[in-house]
Design a protein around this ligand. Structure first.
Ligand code: ATP
Length: 512
C-alpha cells in the first residue's frame, strides 16, 4: 500500500508535457530557480506575460469597458488589519491540515481521500490519493489499480452476495477501525488541525502586534471598504458593480499542480451591488455572463462545467454559488466562484467601522443595504486552463512532405501571445527588407515577431509551439507581384494575399 513509482498515466504525461513546453518556450518558470526555487511561486516569462495579460485584458474589456454598470478600483495590497477582523478572515480563513507522522509531509485534510475495499465490515485493502472527488480514484497508477482489481476479483463472490463493498471518503470522514494513511509514503496521518492561510507582515519598524497586518488573501475586501468612496465620487447607481484585478497571497498548505494552486496569484473579481429581492435574477445573470466569457474565448465546452453548490455546501450567509470548473489533466479544478453573498459583507464592515454603508434610492425613496453577487475568478488558473485547452499534439509535413509530430497551442487569436510572425524565405534578394517592412507595420497594431533563422518549416513549428495563429512569408513571388503567403496555424494551409492588405486580412481573420 506504499506509494508506487509506476510510469505516469496519459493525463499525467500530458501535464508534464505542458509544464515542460511552458518552461522551454518561456511561458512559466519556477520562481528564483537558480537558488533552488520557492515552493508555490512561479514567474511568467516573455510569452507567459503576453498570454496572461491577454486573459486579464479580455476580462477587463468584457466586464468593465463594455458595460456601463461596472467601475474599476485598484486597491493597496496592505490594508488596515481591522479589515481582516471585520471580514472574518482573521478567525476563519483556515484550511484543515494533516501531517504524516513518518515523512512529515503536510496535506489539506479536505483534499486527501481514502479508498477501501471492505469485506464483512472490515477493510481488506486501502489506498490514499489526493483529489476532490471519488472519480479521481480512476486515475491512479497501473500498479495500484492492478492490486485493487486483483483483490476485487478474489472477493467477487462476496461482492455478489452483498458482503463486500467499496468505500471512498475524505480522510476527515474515515470510519473508526479504518487506517488513515499518507498518500505519499503510506505512513500514518495525524488528526486534522486548522491552519490560517494569511501571510502576516509588519508595517513600520516595530515588529509587534500593533504594527501587524496581512498580505491580502483576496481582492474582494478592498472593494467592500471602498463601496462608499466609489458611490460618493461617481454618479453610478445601484445596481452596479466594482471590479478589481490584483495580487492575492495565501500560505497554501499544499501548493501544487503547476500554477493551479500557488501562494501568490492574481484574481479578477467583481462585487455587484443590487437591491435585495433582485439578487437571484442578478446571480443568474452573472452565471450566464461568465459562462459566455469562457466559451467565447474558445474554451472547449466539454472541458468546462458549471457546478451549482447544494444548499448544505453554502456558507451560512450565501444564497447561491456556482463554481466554474475546468477539466485539467490532473482532474476538475475551480477557475471561478460566482456567489450570492447577500448583504453579509457590507453589514459586517458597517458594524465594525461604525459607518453607514446603506444606499438611498432617489427614485423609490427607499434605503437598503445592497445585496452582493460576486464573480471571483483566478487570472493564473484561467491562464493555465487556456494553456491546457490549447495544447495539442498532431502531425505536420516536413520540408519533404513527410508527416512529423508537432506540438501546437491552438489559442483563440485574442489570447495568442503573438498574433503574426513574419519570415523572409531566404536572407537575400531584398526579402529581408520587405519582410522587415511588413513586420514594422504590423507590430504597431498587434504583437508580431520577425524570424529569419533556419528552414521555413522549422520556423513554422516554433510559432506553432508559441500558439501564433498566422505566419507570413515573403518569397520570390513577393518580389514580383507584392503578394505574401499566409499560413494558418490550425489548418496548416497557405494562401497568397496582397502585402498591402495584410493588416486588414489578419484583423478580419482573427476578429480583432
Ligand atoms: P480553492 O477551493 O481551490 O482553494 P477557493 O474557493 O478558496 O479555491 P476563492 O477564495 O473563491 O477560491 O478565490 C477565487 C478564485 O481565486 C478561485 O476560483 C481561483 O481561481 C483563485 N485562487 C484561489 N486560490 C488560489 C491559489 N492558491 N492559487 C491560484 N489561484 C487561486
Amino acid at each position: 500500500m506504499a506509494k508506487d513509482n509506476a510510469p505516469s498515466s496519459p493525463s499525467q504525461q500530458r501535464m508534464e508535457n505542458i509544464v515542460s513546453l511552458a518552461k522551454r518556450r518561456g511561458f512559466v518558470f519556477p520562481s528564483s530557480e537558480i537558488y533552488g526555487g520557492l515552493n508555490g511561486c512561479w514567474d511568467y516569462g516573455p510569452l507567459g506575460v503576453e498570454l496572461k495579460r491577454n486573459v486579464k485584458d479580455a476580462w477587463y474589456e468584457s466586464m468593465v469597458r463594455h458595460r456601463d454598470d461596472i467601475v474599476p478600483v485598484d486597491c493597496a495590497i496592505l490594508m488596515n488589519r481591522r479589515v481582516w477582523q471585520a471580514s472574518g478572515h482573521e478567525k476563519c480563513f483556515t484550511d484543515p491540515m494533516v501531517d504524516c507522522r513518518e515523512c512529515k509531509r503536510r496535506f489539506r485534510a479536505d483534499k486527501v481521500r481514502m479508498h477501501y475495499l471492505v469485506v464483512d465490515g472490515k477493510p481488506v485493502w486501502h489506498h490514499a490519493y489526493e483529489g476532490d472527488d471519488p472519480a479521481g480514484f480512476d486515475d491512479i497508477s497501473k500498479s495500484v489499480r492492478k492490486s485493487y482489481d486483483h483483490l476485487r476479483n478474489a472477493h467477487k463472490a462476496d461482492f455478489d452476495a452483498g458482503k463486500a463493498t467499496d468505500l471512498d471518503c475524505l480522510v476527515s470522514q474515515v470510519p473508526e477501525g479504518h487506517a488513515r494513511i499518507c498518500p505519499e509514503c503510506g505512513g500514518e496521518l495525524t488528526e486534522a488541525r486548522l491552519f490560517n492561510l494569511m501571510f502576516k507582515t509588519f508595517v513600520g519598524p516595530a515588529e509587534d502586534s500593533a504594527a501587524m497586518t496581512y498580505l491580502r488573501p483576496e481582492t474582494a475586501q478592498g472593494i467592500f471598504v471602498n463601496f462608499l468612496s466609489v458611490l460618493n465620487s461617481s454618479r453610478i447607481k445601484v445596481p452596479f458593480g466594482i471590479a478589481q484585478i490584483g495580487k492575492a497571497f495565501r500560505n497554501e498548505i499544499t501548493p501544487r499542480n503547476f500554477t493551479f494552486r500557488t501562494r501568490e496569484f492574481e484574481q479578477m473579481e467583481i462585487e455587484f451591488f443590487c437591491k435585495p429581492g433582485t439578487d437571484d435574477q442578478w446571480y443568474r445573470h452573472w452565471v450566464e455572463v461568465r459562462k459566455r466569457w469562457y466559451l467565447d474565448l474558445g474554451m472547449r465546452p466539454e472541458n468546462v462545467r458549471f457546478r451549482e453548490h447544494a444548499p448544505e455546501e453554502l456558507a451560512h450567509y450565501a444564497r447561491g454559488c456556482t463554481d466554474v470548473e475546468y477539466k485539467f489533466p490532473f482532474g476538475w479544478g475551480e477557475l471561478e466562484g460566482i456567489a450570492n453573498r447577500t448583504d453579509y459583507d457590507l453589514r459586517a464592515h458597517a458594524e465594525a467601522c461604525g459607518k453607514d454603508l446603506s444606499y438611498f434610492d432617489d427614485e423609490t425613496k427607499e434605503r437598503f443595504v445592497p445585496f452582493v453577487i460576486e464573480p471571483s475568478a483566478g487570472a493564473d488558473r484561467s491562464t493555465l486552463a487556456f494553456l491546457c485547452d490549447a495544447y495539442c499534439e498532431d502531425e505536420a509535413p516536413d520540408e519533404k512532405g513527410n508527416p512529423q509530430p508537432r506540438t501546437v497551442l491552438k489559442f483563440h487569436p485574442r489570447l495568442a501571445p503573438i498574433k503574426a510572425a513574419v519570415f523572409p524565405l531566404v536572407r537575400k534578394d531584398g526579402m529581408p527588407e520587405k519582410a522587415g517592412a511588413i513586420y514594422e507595420s504590423l507590430r504597431k497594431r498587434m504583437a508580431a515577431f520577425y524570424d529569419d533563422k533556419g528552414a521555413v518549416g522549422r520556423r513554422y513549428r516554433r510559432q506553432d509551439e508559441a500558439g501564433t495563429p498566422f505566419c507570413i512569408t515573403v518569397d520570390g513571388q513577393t518580389m514580383q507581384d507584392d503578394t505574401v503567403t499566409v499560413r494558418d496555424r490550425d489548418a496548416m494551409t497557405q494562401q497568397r494575399v496582397p502585402a498591402e492588405g495584410i493588416l486588414r486580412f489578419l484583423s478580419d481573420a482573427m476578429g480583432l
